[in-house]
Design a binder for this molecule. Sequence first.
Ligand SMILES: *Cc1c(COP(=O)(O)O)cnc(C)c1O
Length: 364
Amino acid sequence: MKVPFLDLKLQHAPLRAEVLAALADTYDNTRFCLGKDVENFEQGFSAAFGHPRTLGMNSGTSPLHVASICGGFGPGDEIITTPFTFASSCWGISYVGATPVFVDIDPDTWCISPEAIARAITPKTKGIVVVHIFGQPARMDEIMALAQQHKLFVVEDCAQAVGARYKDRPVGAIGDCGTFSFYPTKNLGACGEGGAFVSKHEAVMAKAQLLRVHGSPRRYAHSEVGFNFRMDGFQGAILGIKLKHIAAWTARRRAIAAKYRAGITRADVQLPVVPAYGESVWHQFTLLHPQRDALRAHLEKHGIGTEIIYPGPMHRQECYASLGYAAGSLPVAEKTSATCLSLPIFAELTDEQIEHVIKTINAF
Ligand SMILES: *Cc1c(COP(=O)(O)O)cnc(C)c1O
């Protein structure tokens, strides 16, 4: 039996007629950059997840750049963040000339450790970039208490966590701002690039809105140096359609995760921990195993696709070599990278496929 790691064609086939009709309408009415399709999507997104307002952007990296500017980050500032993430969580810090300060992660949720943050705070610390990795919310109460005490600006990178909740609140609405990605493989994926920015502060939203379109409060007036971070009209139309399905897709991801957690019974596998404070949206289902590469080869032999996410933590990447983090300096992140394996988890997987993955792992 074949079990692909991810097959977006299965999600797209049943939406084809509706999507193509929407794209034709956008095309015929020339709504290419922002416009009604994007506004409809922004309103739907705000309503679905509980944000006062949402700004659609052209990727998940752009809102991270905007977040750094809204936080007033700049040269000489230290921004504490996690090494166990996709690179662009750190790019926003580096784009404005601030210094990323990498600290270790919690060994059970793989999100940034609040205790490690506390140890890394100096007079130069200006902010924290939190990542809700694999869809699992980080420990926001502890992080926000530190931020309040030290007057730090908190960015939530929610690229993998659309729809996730921390206690009774949606991710992205707890810190000072939140960023989302609609890269095609994300839980809510465009058919191209896309992202979004949210904030509970009206002033931050106003600034982000200005930065999104050339720092321009009115046509051909520029109150600051801005960007072109507009969401594409076609992507807005597609995302508006997909948004209607995200609750069902997330429910199916949760059901698959529950099956994996109940079915994988080997003592040498570390399964993801589900803390009582949060509701993960299972962007990835990742386990740790001491013979990760051999387990991966065994699954491959039995037709099961897997991925290593992420094989190298950011503090050890060549682009940050000048920061001087030695091997072994952030041991939990390094051990997690060396032993992690992500299993197939997407809404269209069948129960038989999930059973095959479970049996194959248990028989390794
Ligand atoms: C996908 C992702 C982003 C943003 O990626 P884009 O490709 O720019 O949309 C940022 N952070 C994390 C953790 C991600 O997974």
